[in-house]
Design a protein. Structure first.
Length: 354
């Protein structure tokens, strides 16, 4: 009975319709509080895993030297502060990316800053890297019981000028090194003023090679190597993408994450008046898929498997994920699709792509 209730799409639609009565941020906290409660109940972990997890030898994926139990991950932004890793690990994800984390605590942008576009199965967010700071996250990571693969998505504080950005990335990198399995350098969020300027080749090279040098220092004292990925925007021109491709090959970058949210509002069903009222922010969800897929294809065609790519953006179904795998992604990540389609979609995707 429980299984039927949780897996049936109409039942999840019912749950979603109740959650959508609250603001998106409030609904997120309610959902995670309820999941945490279920996790802590006697037998709760077993039930969640029985319902949502799917394991098979065939589902294992290797990317940048990491072996994932499956190629479906939770994208950064959902569990910014590493508060829910053990709970989320029971839902079937092969890996979880925390963050974006910054050196200092920052509240993010003023609320409201997260908006639903239900007609488009989309979200607009201008969260602004709200997080409790990397040091707090590290203390939580020390207490994680699950053996799930964890990625650390790192950024810079809003008040840090771009010319000093490397110091912020380096601080987070050093703090997280012994507590995550891979890193993602986020220079592509549209919600921190000037951040996307760091996607230009000279600025990128400084940050990425600097982190590679820090990694060498860890390896020299016997620590394992941790892959470094770069997360890019879907709004880059082909010239900008060519620069990233050249740089990735030049410095032997471990991987790319394609893509972040878009600043475009093209092709939306939601009324223009409503979009104008919402204002600035990054768009995620179904409308992002085509643009994200185009960037993924452009990168994959030119990199020819020399640099692995994680595909993220607009995945709401098994077919959406399969499209990204067929275009050249080694693994995929969900965020908005997880909210709109429910946790049952994870198992469906795993079975489809393996």
């Amino acid at each position: 009975m429980v299984k039927v209730f949780l897996h049936h799409s109409s039942m999840y639609s019912f749950i979603k319709s109740i959650l959508f009565l609250w603001s998106p941020e409030k609904a997120h906290h309610i959902t995670m509080s309820l999941l945490t409660l279920a996790y802590k109940l006697p037998g709760g972990q077993w039930i969640l895993k029985k319902l949502f997890c799917y394991t098979s030898q065939k589902s294992k994926v290797e990317i940048a030297g990491i072996t994932l139990p499956n190629g479906v991950g939770l994208a950064a932004g959902f569990d910014k502060d590493a508060k829910y890793i053990d709970v989320l690990a029971c839902l079937g994800f092969g890996f979880i990316e925390i963050g974006t984390l910054t050196p200092k605590t920052q509240p993010g942008n003023d609320k409201p800053r997260l908006f639903r576009l239900p007609e488009d199965n989309a979200l607009i967010n201008r969260m602004g890297f709200n997080n409790g700071g990397v040091d707090e996250a590290v203390e939580r990571l020390k207490k994680v019981k699950s053996d799930i693969i964890i990625g650390g998505n790192i950024g810079k504080n809003k008040v840090t000028p771009n010319e000093e950005a490397f110091n912020d990335y380096a601080y987070c990198f050093e703090k997280l090194y012994n507590h995550v399995h891979y890193f993602v350098v986020n220079v592509s969020s549209p919600n921190t003023p000037g951040l996307r300027e760091l996607q230009e080749k000279p600025a990128l090279k400084k940050i990425l090679t600097g982190l590679q040098n820090l990694r060498t220092g860890f390896m020299e004292v016997g620590q394992p190597t941790k892959p470094i990925f770069l997360k890019i925007a879907p709004d880059l021109t082909h010239t900008q993408l060519d620069d990233i491709i050249d740089l990735a090959l030049e410095i032997n970058l471990d991987g790319l994450v394609a893509t972040n949210t878009t600043i475009s509002r093209a092709g939306l069903i939601t009324a223009e008046s409503e979009l104008n009222a919402i204002g600035a922010g990054g768009l995620s969800g179904k409308p992002l898929k085509n643009a994200s897929d185009e960037v993924l294809k452009y990168l994959a065609d030119r990199l020819k498997n020399k640099v692995p790519i994680m595909g993220v953006g607009g995945i709401h179904s098994a077919q959406d994920a399969l499209d990204k795998i067929n275009l050249g992604a080694k693994a995929v990540q969900l965020y908005t699709g997880f909210i709109y389609s429910g946790p049952g979609v994870i198992k469906k995707i795993i079975k489809a792509i393996h």
